[in-house]
Structures are given as C-alpha cells and as structure tokens.
Design a protein around this ligand. Sequence first.
Ligand SMILES: C[S@@+](CC[C@H](N)C(=O)[O-])C[C@H]1O[C@@H](n2cnc3c(N)ncnc32)[C@H](O)[C@@H]1O
Length: 362
Amino acid sequence: MKNLPSLSSEFLFVCPNVGSEQALKAELRRLRPNWHLAYSRPGFITFKAVDGRLFGPTVRVPGFFARVYGACLFKAGRAELPGRLEELLDGPEFSTKFRLHVFSRIETDSEAQSFASAAADDARAVLAERFYREAVPVNGDMVIDVVAVCKDEIWVGSHRHYEGLSPFPGGRPMLDLPPEAPSRSYLKMKEALLLTGAPLRHGDTALEIGSSPGGSSYCLLQTGINVIGVDAGRMDQVCICCTGAPWFRHLACQAGDVRLSDLSAPVQWLVLDINARPAIALAQLHHIVSLTSTDLIGAFLTLKINDERTLVQLSSAIRRVRNMGFSICQARQLYYSRNEVFIYCLTPLGLQRVRGSRVLKA
Ligand SMILES: C[S@@+](CC[C@H](N)C(=O)[O-])C[C@H]1O[C@@H](n2cnc3c(N)ncnc32)[C@H](O)[C@@H]1O
C-alpha cells in the first residue's frame, strides 16, 4: 500500500458481519465490477479499483452487507501507530478534529480488541487535541478507524459519517441484553430503533407478526409503545403482564388469520419477524397492511436470507414492500442479525411525522 499524503487510498476496507463475507463479495461483484477483491479475512475485506481510481473517505458502498467502510490508509504494529497517525494528521490540510473508532475485526477476539485499545490509547496520548473525546459522530464528521485485524496488526482507515451509516465504532452498538428479555430479538429491535431514529411517539401501537417469545415486543413496550403480538406460539410473561400503559395484547394465530375486528386500536407500526421465506413473509405482511393502512406510519421488517437465490431476489422483495404503500424502504444487515436483512419503511404519513415533530428516544 502506498503511503499517500491524504485520506484517500488505492484500497477500500469493508466490515460485514462475520458469516456474511460471501454475500458481501457476491453483491459487490454484481454492483461494483471494477472493485477487485484484495486482502480478505472474516469480518474485514479490502478492495482495489481496477481503473486506478482512489477511494476517499466519502466513498459509498452499495448493497446490504457493508456495516462500516472507508478508505484504507495504512497498516501498522502497535509501536508505529502513534507516529504514523501523527504523520498523517499533522499536515495543514487536516485542520479538522476527528472521531476515533477502535474495534477488532471479530468482536469476540478480546486479545485483538484490547491490543487495538492499547494502541489507540498510545495514539490519543500523542494526538489528544486531534480527536473528540466522544466516539459517536454527527453527520459530516471525519472518523479515523483503527481496526485490529489480528494481534499486532492494525489497519487504519478513514470515513466521513453520513446519515444512514452506523455511528458506532465498527458499526457495533454494543448493547446489553436485559436478563428478563425473552429473546435476543430485543437487541435487533433496539439496534433498529437506534439506527433509524424512527419517529415513535408514546401511545403509538405496533403490531408484531411473529412475536413469540417476545424480545422485540418487550423492547417496544420499554420504549412506551403498545404492542399487539401475532403468533401462535406462547408469549413471555414480561410482555403478557403489561396491561396498563403501554399495554400488550396477544393474538394467538397466524398473521393471515387476523381480521380487522381483532385489532383493538389503530396501528401505527408493523414489525415482521417470522421464520419463513421472504415470499411467504411478504404475503402475511400484505394481509396485515391491508387492515392497518389508514394509520400506518412505518414498519421494521426482517427477511430471512438462507441462500444465494433469496439474496438475488431481495431487490424485488423490497419493490414489493414499497408497492404496499411505503415511500421509504431502507434495507441493510444489522449487527445483531444473522442470516437476515432488515428493512425500515415509512409511509407518506410517517414522512410527515419525521418532518414535523418531537419523537421518542430509543
Ligand atoms: C424468529 S421467531 C420471532 C422472534 C420474536 N420476534 C421475538 O422477538 O422474540 C419467529 C416466529 O414467527 C412465528 N411465525 C411463523 N409464521 C407466522 C405467521 N404466519 N404468523 C405469525 N407468526 C408466525 C413463529 O411461530 C415464531 O415464533
């Protein structure tokens, strides 16, 4: 890698979820045929443009599987890192302050993570005034990414933060699962709320298709949202015991069997999380949208991607969702997802609410 005197590079780094590397490579082969695969490890993939173009910090990676990405600037051991960063950032062209994001390629590699943290502490000691204390950026902020690829191998990159990119180091929100949460879907829902900034209001009602045992429902209830859970499976007591404000109601049936008269309140939000192929899941969603469309603000949808064929069909699945009456459908893989893609949707009414008013914080 050439030592370029700027935040541009011949190489681009991309971090997908571990296990989604093949999906990411396949989608970029299709969407960016000029980007050729270079160095690749689980959770950390680099590309080089065959036409000799450079990647800058404002590069955009299309598709669903890139969690975090940016220009790949240099590789260093711990001892070299502060000096290399100082060299890079001390030029007069970088008068701006940076956010520092430190993470390991694989989150469970605690040795690499503590190595990267120690190296970043060294760098902060030398360059304190160049970095904000807070890691979470606002739109337009420049971020220096310090990625421990393995022990004593740190790759440094840079990206400019924009709305739609995860603001967390490595795209990992690092949330705690409350011990009483009925399932890990709690984390998925919480991440979705944090990333989208969805305009939820106290007293809104969400209908969840595939709610058992209740992780997502519990997360919504904790945010002050009433929930109608649709699932033939049993719901956990932490949801069932919510009878006041917010309240939980269980419809113990398949989504396709729900009738308008079953809905005890106008529904503003839909959540879909069923273990079925996208075509089946969307048919269930379509039925529920037809019952709730008048008041609908938005939806949080999880589609299971179990093979390459489903992956290729994802764009048409998203078009199908849009045709149900949503103006915005943004799809991505969440950090807390596995073989799934998450779609955030807003109706025209939802867009009006985004433009207009005070909303809840997740
Ligand atoms: C991944 S689990 C849902 C996890 C849940 N969202 C949570 O937060 O704990 C998938 C659920 O989808 C339900 N399911 C499958 N097909 C369904 C359908 N047509 N209507 C409603 N629920 C369905 C299953 O019973 C199963 O409980």
